[in-house]
Write a protein that binds this ligand. Sequence first.
Ligand code: FAD
Length: 662
Amino acid sequence: MAAAAATAAGAGSTCGILEAERRKGSFPVAALTDLFNGGAEASVERKAIQQLALDAELRKYDAERMMMSRVDRYKAALGSVRRVVQLAEIHGLDDKQRALLRNEGVPDALPTDLHDLAFVPFLAAQATEDQAAAWLDDARAYRILGCYAQTELAHGSNVRGIETRAVFDPDADGFILTTPRSEARKWWPGNMAKTATHAIVMARLIVGETDHGVHPFLVQLRDMESHMTLPGIELGDIGSKLGMNAVDNGYLCLHDVFIPRFNMLAKFASLDADGSYTKPAHAKVAYAGMISVRASLIKGAGGFLARAATIAVRYALQRRQFNYAQPNCAPEAETPILDYTMQQYRVLPLVATAYALKFTGLWMESLHDTLVAQMADGNFELLAEVHATAAGLKSLTTSLAGDGCEALRKSVGGVGFLVASGLPDLFSGYVGVETAEGENFLLTQQTARALLKALQTAVGGGALTGSSAYLERFAAVTGGERWSPTDGDAVADLAALVTAYEHRSLALTVATAQSLQAAIAGGKPYVEAWIEAQVEAFRMSRAHSFVVIVRNFAQLFALYWMEVHAGEFLDSGFVSAEQVVWVRAAVRKLLGVLRPDAASLVDAFDYHDCALSSAIGCYNGRVYERLIDTTRHDPMNAPLDDDEPSPGWREHLKPLLLRSRM
Ligand SMILES: Cc1cc2nc3c(=O)[nH]c(=O)nc-3n(C[C@H](O)[C@H](O)[C@H](O)COP(=O)(O)OP(=O)(O)OC[C@H]3O[C@@H](n4cnc5c(N)ncnc54)[C@H](O)[C@@H]3O)c2cc1C
């Protein structure tokens, strides 16, 4: 009875707070949700799939899951995969709907994610028609499960340094795959250690004395009946990680494994039976699969940050601390922490960032769709531009999302350190993405190179197209142009903001080009000069990627990040110190404008409680009741056998505390 009274909603209950906050909203939430989902019909479909996920209870209770051993987590995750596939088959869901069900119902990384995210898109991009007919349907239906094996223990970013060999054997009409030394073992591929039956292995194609460089080969790893590794295949898990521990990232050694010539993925580069090699029509064509993965990651970044923002905003609306006017007031009369300017400054720009990333993700998806359609017709015109844009955006969007999640985790105070908040798991399960599929700092060099090339074209009088066309205005950097806003209101104008971001990128690109030229003119080899310019290259890539995002979204995002990077805007003299003061004031003003919409802004992301998996981020609030409830499920609080008062008491605590009496 006493326990029941202690757990009933008390005077400080947060019950009803979010409903009241929603009534303050100034826009129709559903319309915004429809925009993200791709229309009202898509929203209805998403709701139905959310309900399906909810009814099926795809995810095990959090506290229990966090306490599981790694092996049990892996097994539970496999159970989720199986259930998702079963449900998809029962309800006749297509691939996209199945992916939605997986995302809505199971927010953790799963040991089939790399199959969906890398293996299938890569196969679709690199397989010939015959190869696609042999494997793609089985892969899409989960009759075979694949992974993408590129990274080796000794070579990660340096893909050209990959040592795994695929030596052509003309007599057997196939390849012998070998790991030439222990450090050249494949190391990291997700799903590879225990789950995958097949792998796309990136290996050097060796024909006679000629090394044709790194190419993709489809290798079967396990027997389809027994799941035992095939002869010559040595597989294992690389160990526990910061997050994603239900995923079996693996190592692979290949000991003279034979595969038929048919298994070299040959849509772009191929090898005839007589050993004659046809190289790809376009130098960057091999990147097609990678671009597709990066486009998915760019799209995912917004959704990921949106989840963290939803949790942080809902908590900050319910959490109350202090009432400076009435220090002795009742708990419910204290101030919601989101009413403090500092909290608004920490949280609302990240809500805006989530919006910006979501819209940029949609933009990137449609650009990628156009690229795929054009390439299917043999047109590679867009490839270089999309490759450079995707590299820069993958780097920036996943960094903003990862850093943003950590900032939001800290913004909620101590509860952000509790697993029950959902934020630690969200963060640790995500940040690996900043390294995978192109390490985020190195990726910026690809974008920077493309920008310098575009600048060179523009300086030579050539016309530019695509996202870097603004570099044609290179003369503005030395022409003494100034940013146009003449008062505090004008700095928030979207067109003016785009100009400021473009000018920053332009100025950084011109400065990097000039310092490279000066170094080379001074006798430095290009490679040395480039290595010296890497920090500038990073900054210019980031500046350009910001241009792309700002064009896709507006005010608070652009103003806030302009304030954060004010130094770079001031450097070229385009923006004045007074204008930066106006930018700062505009950010503060927008925080106040957006505050009443905070609940609605995160509702519009439309993440169900099941996908948030957080005691402090639920749609109907009740943070304290939920937090107390999670303690009931924690194994540390489970009743013990034999009247033991607490775990380890008899074995360790009692002998320690009572040692003088024993
Ligand atoms: C969660 C996760 C999942 C992954 N999944 C897969 C997978 O499914 N398949 C797969 O094949 N691989 C996978 N990887 C591996 C991933 O692709 C590599 O980690 C990544 O390419 C970076 O390589 P590396 O870790 O060897 O780092 P390194 O290349 O050793 O880089 C280490 C550091 O040195 C810096 N550096 C390196 N070279 C330069 C340079 N030239 N100039 C300046 N700085 C430099 C980098 O910026 C980085 O900070 C995964 C990794 C993670 C973390």
